[in-house]
Design a protein around this ligand. Structure first.
Ligand code: ATP
Ligand code: MG
Length: 723
């Protein structure tokens, strides 16, 4: 058997990990040292050389994207033999367990997954239903509380609230919420993990089955496992399975969501004879990028300590750009992407990374204006879009009339004369009689609790759902979806809305039909109806793998979602004190260190070229604020950096166009205007100056207006007013 392809392209240490005998292993190593590569090759090695059946393997990754990528890479090495591996995220695998053993998990066969948006809505209703003041008990806070407790493995009865009346109320909300979920057959993300853990813990025969089945368990990005995931792993591994974990304590970035770096340390204590392997060679980044990243992370305390070196070239310095404001920052990024494209870099090879999702809008506008294709990961994902959720809600309700979240979503969408007052009454009936909203509607109609108009409208809605069900019962999933979109009135509703947004929504509805057509159920969902299987898929994946067709595009994502990925050219934007690190984290050392790790993750995504951008003033969430350069830039070795001062690029000789942001000479001529300045135009409204050219009476400026886009104006006539 030719095993060389499994071991070629690996260094000594990597080979040692891949070809190790069956044992517990911890691969602890810095970014870009080939941890994920080792994991993939280890799976292939076990199958190919050790003749382990794929059926006996379980591999856990952090995101759906990483799971898809891993499946792909294993398939490249061992061909179709990889099929049968349990490979996915913790959530995906927990879902699979619950589907297979729904009865023992005390769930209805067609249970559905509640995504975080629906969870929030449901909690909002519950808080109101308990007659609590929403301001005092924000549903978001309740949601954090509940998910946090579940992540620790705690049910309401396990929580000791005696010392804390606030907690007591939150526990009450938790209990009421959980009862509502159980009644409707809904499972939120944290519940997936907790239920699956309880399933294994409380059903010894099921546990034994899986413990005997999985001989090898492999986990990537282990530094971000939380308490319940760790408990899960220990339980499943039992005494027999060999566990390989790979991770990097310096890349732990989910502490705020309950991840525990200490799990790395615990692993060595809890599992027998753990062989620790350290990888020290980085294959991803240029010498300069690596040196800067190493120096940054050295500012953190209590690290497990790792060396990281490369024998690659030093490469370009890291470019630091100080923008006037966020618009200027976006413009800079886009102009640099343009030049990289001209030099032969592909769109797909450029990534823009930011701290918060809200930062993407300005970048998107700049990219659109320049007609550069882009793709956002983890923003509003496909299955989370309004029109898609509406359509899915119809499908969910057809499948399960007691799905209250879906009922509320579509009972009056499109409008059919069912007002807030009616819905309020239904909620009340549902609460008092402990029934679903669907049943409450039935009761309210038969007991004449409503006006005849409202009764008529509700009856009409119930008939609509029943008819959609019966009439599409024989159709395949795609036809059924198509039929529901049209017959529910959703399509007509969006057709009547005018404008680009409505068009995009109609396209998305079409895309949903395509998605159902292309959907292939995973092997464990085979017994489910295609509709139920598809709905779970939609909630779990939320479209992470959607739009693969759109491959040739600049990649936009938050630093958190960039984990594990790599790109030749990377822009880190918004590197400002108060943004990154955020205000709150700058004041707490634990959180500050987590932010620094996030910066480390961001920098180490870059292979060839890294840009760090910050803006002197930034308008975000409708507020303008001024920030100084992030300490994470200041902590880098100066000889790795190159400051970029923009030239105005137009008719001026290059040197004459240079400016520095604070100096007097920035303002051109005697106009008092300068680049990046916000101005008011009598007709076009508010805007920002992007460029200027000429001098004296001829000087012209390019202004990016909020409402009408960008325009060139002659300063002498434009009546611009600095604001
Ligand atoms: P991260 O911590 O960011 O998840 P990682 O340690 O998982 O990084 P990989 O993504 O596995 O690192 O590898 C980084 C890059 O280096 C990849 O492009 C990988 O193909 C390449 N690489 C890893 N090992 C080698 C090797 N021995 N020879 C050549 N290239 C390698
Ligand atoms: Mg990795």
């Amino acid at each position: 058997m030719d095993i060389s392809i499994l071991l070629d392209g690996l260094n000594e240490k990597q080979r040692q990990a891949v070809g190790a005998p069956a044992q517990n292993m911890l691969v602890l190593a810095g970014a870009g040292s080939g941890k994920t590569r080792v994991l993939v090759h280890r799976i292939a090695y076990l199958i190919q050389v050790e003749a382990v059946s794929p059926y006996e393997l379980m591999a856990v990754t952090f995101t759906n994207k990483a799971a898809a990528e891993m499946r792909h890479r294993v398939a490249d090495l061992v061909g179709s033999r990889y099929q049968g591996i349990w490979l996915g995220t913790f959530h995906g695998l927990a879902h699979r367990l619950l589907r297979a053993h729904y009865r023992d998990a005390k769930l209805p066969e067609d249970f559905q997954i509640l995504d975080s948006d629906d969870q929030h809505r449901l909690l909002k209703r519950i808080v109101r239903g308990m007659n609590l003041d929403e301001k005092q008990w924000p549903p978001k806070q309740a949601m954090w509380f509940i998910n946090g407790q579940k992540d620790e493995g705690l049910r309401p009865e396990h929580i000791d609230w005696s010392a804390n009346p606030i907690e007591r109320q939150l526990v009450d909300i938790y209990r009421t919420y959980q009862e509502a979920c159980d009644r409707a057959g809904l499972v939120d993300f944290a519940e997936l993990l907790l239920r699956a853990l309880e399933l294994l813990r409380d059903n010894p025969q099921i546990l034994t089955h899986y413990q005997q089945r999985f001989r090898h368990i492999l986990v990537d990005e282990f530094q971000d496992t939380n308490a319940i995931q760790y408990a899960w792993l220990r339980l499943l591994a039992g005494q027999q399975a060999k566990v390989m974990i790979v991770g990097d304590d310096d890349q732990s970035i989910y502490g705020w969501r309950g991840a525990r770096i200490e799990n790395i340390q615990r692993f060595s204590d809890d599992f027998k004879d753990v062989e620790v392997i350290r990888l020290e060679q980085n294959y991803r980044s240029s010498g300069t990028i690596l040196r800067a990243a190493n120096e940054l992370i050295a500012n953190n305390q209590g690290r497990l300590g790792k060396e990281l070196w490369t024998d690659g070239v030093d490469g370009d310095p890291i470019s630091v750009y100080c923008a006037f404001n966020e618009v200027d920052e976006a413009r800079f990024v886009v102009s640099r992407i343009r030049s990289h494209l001209q030099e032969g870099t592909a769109l797909l090879e450029c990534a823009i990374l930011y701290r918060n999702n809200a930062q993407s809008r300005v970048l998107e506008e700049a990219l659109m204006q320049e007609q550069i294709a882009y793709r956002i990961y983890g923003g509003v994902r496909f299955f989370e879009r309004l029109e898609i959720k509406d359509s899915l809600a119809y499908l969910r309700l057809m499948n399960n009339r007691h799905d209250d979240a879906s009922f509320e979503r579509v009972v009056n969408t499109p409008t059919r004369g069912i007002g807030q007052r009616t819905i309020e009454l239904l909620r009340q009936v549902a609460r008092e009689r402990q029934v679903s909203l669907w049943n409450a509607a039935g009761l309210a109609v038969s007991e004449k609790l409503l006006t005849s108009r409202a009764s008529g409208a509700l009856r009409g809605f119930a008939e609509l759902i029943d008819n959609l069900s019966t009439q599409s019962a024989e159709m395949d999933l795609a036809d059924q979806t198509d039929y529901v979109i049209a017959s529910s009135g959703l399509l007509a509703m969006y057709q009547n809305e005018k404008g680009e947004k409505a068009e995009a929504r109609i396209d998305n509805l079409q895309e949903l039909v395509t998605a159902t057509r292309q959907y292939v159920p995973d092997p464990n969902s085979e017994e489910l109806s295609p509709l139920v299987a598809f709905l779970s898929h939609a909630a779990l994946e939320a479209g992470d793998n959607q739009a693969e067709a759109d491959e040739s595009a600049v990649q936009l994502m938050t630093l958190h979602s960039a984990k594990g990925l790599e790109f030749p050219v990377v822009f880190l934007v918004g590197m400002e004190e108060g943004m990154f690190p955020s205000q709150q984290s700058a004041e707490e050392s634990g959180r500050l260190e987590e932010e620094r790790r996030l910066a480390y993750v961001g920098m180490t995504r870059a292979m060839r070229k890294l840009y760090l951008c910050h803006a002197e003033s930034r308008r975000l969430y409708g507020k303008e604020s001024f920030h100084s350069r992030s300490r994470f830039i200041r902590e880098l070795p100066q000889d790795c950096l190159e400051e970029i001062r923009l030239t105005t690029q137009v008719s001026q000789p290059m040197s004459a166009g240079r400016f520095s942001s604070s100096a007097e000479q920035d303002s051109f001529d005697s106009t008092g205007l300068r680049l990046g300045q916000r101005v008011l135009h009598p007709k076009f409204g508010e805007g920002v100056i992007l460029q200027y050219e000429g001098s004296g009476a001829q000087s012209r400026v390019q202004v990016q207006f909020a409402d009408v886009g960008s325009k060139w104006l002659v300063v002498a006539y434009a009546k611009l007013q600095a604001i």
